[in-house]
Design a protein. Structure first.
Length: 273
């Protein structure tokens, strides 16, 4: 089975546990809020609840019902997820100067970019919209395609997401093994080999999704705005921020994937959890 760990950029729909207003721009909480990462977590939660249905369909069709739904909902608890990401985000930033990132994302241009990303990510929850967005990439002007590809490369989005997805897939197998649902004698090397066998498909789908998502999100932006975003992404501040975001979300994804594996193992063996 292949698990989709999701794709991370600064985007999604509304949700956030209110934090006290940060008075200083060196407070990671202020940057967390400027990026609206609480809203990213909410979309992850909704995607996770939907993904739980596909796990049941693939591994124990018709056997989960409301009990499985409750188990998945407990794993995807919004407040807990946000607290974990916020803590890991702050830890990953460490003593880095977040002033340049705050300046960019609290500017009118930065706020517009975040809003567009959120709107696009929300829209892509509809499979019909995603299908249309993937098809629309073929009609984008060459200059726009080049800019989107440059943005993806500048933020290392393909590699980061492929690595995160594969790590999450492996964590899911670990959860299944912990729950006793894998074949006796299945070795760690065999699980790793199975995850690596998924890599080409994960890479292809990741790239296609990113092109569709960013093509949709940045459609209203002019070239100057995209170029400014690329320039920020390539700056030391942009690279530090990118690493911190992935570090924060990857840890959460891995824990969720492992918990899903443990929970699924019980249903695969006909146990109550």
């Amino acid at each position: 089975m292949t698990m989709s760990a999701g794709l991370i950029t600064a985007a999604v729909a509304f949700f956030a546990v209110p934090w006290p207003a940060a008075a200083q721009t060196d407070d990671p909480r202020a940057l967390f809020e400027a990026l609206r990462l609480g809203e990213v977590i909410e979309i992850m939660r909704r995607e996770g609840l939907a993904y739980g249905e596909s796990i049941e369909d693939d591994l124990f069709p018709g056997q989960g019902g409301a009990v499985w739904e409750d188990a998945v909902a407990r794993i995807y608890t919004g407040d807990r997820m946000e607290e974990r990401v916020a803590d890991d985000f702050a830890a990953a930033l460490g003593d880095a100067d977040i002033g340049p990132a705050m300046a960019f994302f609290t500017s009118d241009r930065g706020k517009k970019i975040i809003s567009l990303e959120i709107d696009a990510r929300s829209a892509l929850e509809d499979e019909a919209v995603e299908t249309a967005a993937r098809a629309a990439v073929q009609d984008l002007p060459a200059t726009r395609l080049d800019r989107i590809e440059s943005f993806i490369e500048s933020n290392d989005l393909v590699e980061q997401n492929v690595t995160g997805t594969m790590n999450a897939n492996y964590a899911f197998y670990e959860g299944l093994a912990e729950g006793g649902a894998l074949l006796p004698g299945l070795t760690e090397d065999q699980m790793i080999a199975d995850v690596w066998a998924q890599e080409p498909e994960i890479r292809s789908d990741t790239r296609d999704w990113l092109m569709a998502y960013l093509g949709l999100a940045y459609q209203p932006l002019d070239a100057a705005a995209i170029d400014a975003y690329i320039a920020f992404s390539r700056s030391p501040a942009g690279r530090t921020l990118n690493r911190a975001i992935f570090a924060a979300f990857d840890g959460l994804y891995n824990d969720i994937s492992r918990d899903l594996g443990v929970a699924a193992a019980g249903f695969m063996q006909g146990e109550d959890i």
